[in-house]
Design a protein around this ligand. Structure first.
Ligand SMILES: NC(=O)c1ccc[n+]([C@@H]2O[C@H](COP(=O)([O-])OP(=O)(O)OC[C@H]3O[C@@H](n4cnc5c(N)ncnc54)[C@H](O)[C@@H]3O)[C@@H](O)[C@H]2O)c1
Length: 270
């Protein structure tokens, strides 16, 4: 057990797969009921069934975090089904428009999309959920940023900027909500082999200066980069992010707010 979350309710966006699924299952394993929200309804239902198999309540909710009405519907459905929300994890994120990885440099549409999903989406969902938390003077908000929020990126500058903005928003929102006993923190994941990184590998292996690396499969390329860049020499997992989210969502972390915590095998040390 990482933290006791029994009796708590959580809403996780981007929860139909990858890191969001790992966080949802970890929160459920600590005793939380979880609303599984994502654009992809079918996969969200699968994850909701996995949460139920752990003995917790779950609901799958289709949402587009760039659409205010869709967010309102999500918040209402989650509360109707599970009760007042104690924990919000803003995990939904993208690197651009569909097939962004075919472009050597991000288009204007890629820039707008990452800002709409990764930044405005986080802000809008938090602003929809936090009024209920304020009323009850209790809440834990966890935003999924990225290690790339901390340094420059030659190939994904738009994504890096959106994640740096999430870290900034985390601090501002933490100050706004501190008087209401609401903690707001960010997690900065390192390298996790999810559909997102599978797409990043397509771009980076194509553009790599080293002809040997250009011949590798996406997974082999990812492994080489983990070896080269991560001091602990191993990839991170959705469950690693779940463990940090469970801790931040627990009362053991009640005096931590406005922080962006690296879970990246030592890639960034701040
Ligand atoms: N994989 C990594 O190595 C890594 C590293 C750092 C940060 N992150 C961040 O972690 C989060 C999860 O990434 P992942 O690797 O699991 O990626 P993923 O692509 O597997 O999952 C992202 C999820 O977000 C959902 N989503 C996208 N747009 C949405 C929208 N408008 N409304 C609702 N849901 C939407 C997708 O359907 C998907 O299920 C993202 O914010 C990502 O930027 C990932």
């Amino acid at each position: 057990m990482i933290a006791d979350l029994s009796g708590k309710t959580a809403l996780v966006t981007g929860a139909a797969g990858g890191i969001g699924r790992g966080i949802s299952l970890t929160l459920a394993a600590q005793g939380a009921d979880v609303a599984i929200a994502d654009l992809r309804r079918g996969d969200a239902e699968t994850v909701a069934a996995e949460v139920e198999a752990l003995g917790r309540q779950a609901i799958a909710i289709e949402v587009d975090v760039t659409d205010e009405e869709s967010i309102e519907r999500m918040t209402r459905r989650a509360a109707d089904s599970l009760g007042d929300l104690d924990i919000l994890v803003n995990d939904a994120g993208v690197v651009g428009l569909p097939r962004w990885f075919d472009r050597d440099t991000p288009s204007g549409g890629d820039w707008d999309t990452v800002m709409a999903v990764n930044l405005r989406g986080v802000v809008m969902v938090s602003e929809a959920v936090s009024p209920g938390m304020k009323e009850r003077r209790y809440g834990k908000i966890i935003n999924i940023a990225s290690m790339v929020s901390r340094y420059g990126s030659d190939d994904l500058p738009h994504y890096a900027a959106s994640k740096a903005a999430v870290v900034s928003w985390t601090r501002s929102n933490a100050v706004q909500l501190a008087p209401y006993n609401i903690n707001v923190n960010a997690i900065c994941p390192g390298m996790i082999w999810t559909p997102m990184w599978q797409q990043i590998a397509v771009l980076r292996s194509r553009l790599d200066d080293d002809p040997e690396l250009r011949k590798l499969s996406g997974r082999e390329y990812f492994d080489k980069k983990v070896e080269a860049l991560i001091p602990l020499k191993r990839e991170q997992t959705p469950e690693d992010m779940g463990a940090m989210a469970a801790f931040l969502a627990s009362d053991a972390a009640r005096n931590i707010t406005g922080q962006a915590i690296q879970v990246d095998g030592g890639r960034v040390m701040v």
